[in-house]
Design a protein around this ligand. Structure first.
Ligand SMILES: CC(C)(COP(=O)(O)OP(=O)(O)OC[C@H]1O[C@@H](n2cnc3c(N)ncnc32)[C@H](O)[C@@H]1OP(=O)(O)O)[C@@H](O)C(=O)NCCC(=O)NCCS
Length: 186
């Protein structure tokens, strides 16, 4: 199922083979990968191809997927500047998770917040979920700042490990309830 979400400056759309170069460039950067749990380093075109193939399998896996993986394309440059996911979707429980990355050079311009906001809207409005669970590694002030501004609240912490540099760290868990989000929307 191919889903496209348009925002004022971005398009969230399925990954394709044509994105492999930009995906490799964006994630083969330890400054980005060190904040992500499951991105190896170095990150090669082989990793990117595998990822695109996996996303295509996920997208074709029935009418009620448990994960949505989007490339984030900057409309003005027609360039992929990051990725965002809504995963672990449990329609019975009304919950979902996910993550985001924005390539170095494109961070700090509001694109992360714009993409995350669109994902939240999709999860609550289109899928009818009630609660989103997220997190960030200890020290990732940009991610927490972005999430806090979108209404996420702290929800504990768990030990975690970063695949890119192998370090043991703490993941601060966060949650956003639809009711809180609706309050902010009104
Ligand atoms: C975290 C990340 C997705 C944020 O995306 P971004 O496009 O850089 O962030 P934005 O420009 O949308 O900023 C969102 C808000 O957080 C604020 N912010 C961003 N970085 C900040 C920092 N280091 N300290 C304080 N505030 C910060 C911005 O001012 C902005 O607030 P505003 O909307 O009121 O202006 C991006 O930096 C990134 O991909 N980092 C590397 C990978 C990563 O950390 N992924 C998330 C894993 S949990």
């Amino acid at each position: 199922m191919d889903i496209r979400i348009e925002t004022s400056r971005l398009v969230l759309r399925p990954w394709s083979e044509a994105d492999i170069d930009q995906l490799t460039l964006g994630l083969n950067d330890l400054e980005v990968a060190k904040w992500l749990a499951f991105v190896p380093h170095p990150y090669s075109a082989v990793h990117a191809k595998d990822w695109v193939r996996r996303c295509q399998q996920i997208a074709s896996a029935g009418t009620e997927p448990t994960a949505y993986e989007f490339a984030i394309e900057l409309t003005s440059e027609r360039r992929v500047i990051g990725g965002i996911s809504l995963n672990k979707v449990d329609r019975t429980a009304g919950t979902g998770g996910g993550g985001i990355w924005i390539a170095n050079g494109y961070q700090g311009r509001g694109y992360g917040r714009e993409a995350f906001d669109a994902k939240i809207r999709f999860a609550f409005r289109e899928l009818g979920l009630m609660k989103l669970v997220n997190g960030y590694f200890d020290g990732n002030e940009s991610s927490w700042a972005m999430q806090r501004k979108l209404g996420y609240r702290p929800a504990g912490e768990v030990p975690s490990r970063c695949m890119a540099d192998g370090r043991q760290t703490i993941e601060h868990l966060t949650t956003l309830l639809r009711s809180d989000w609706q309050d902010r929307e009104d």
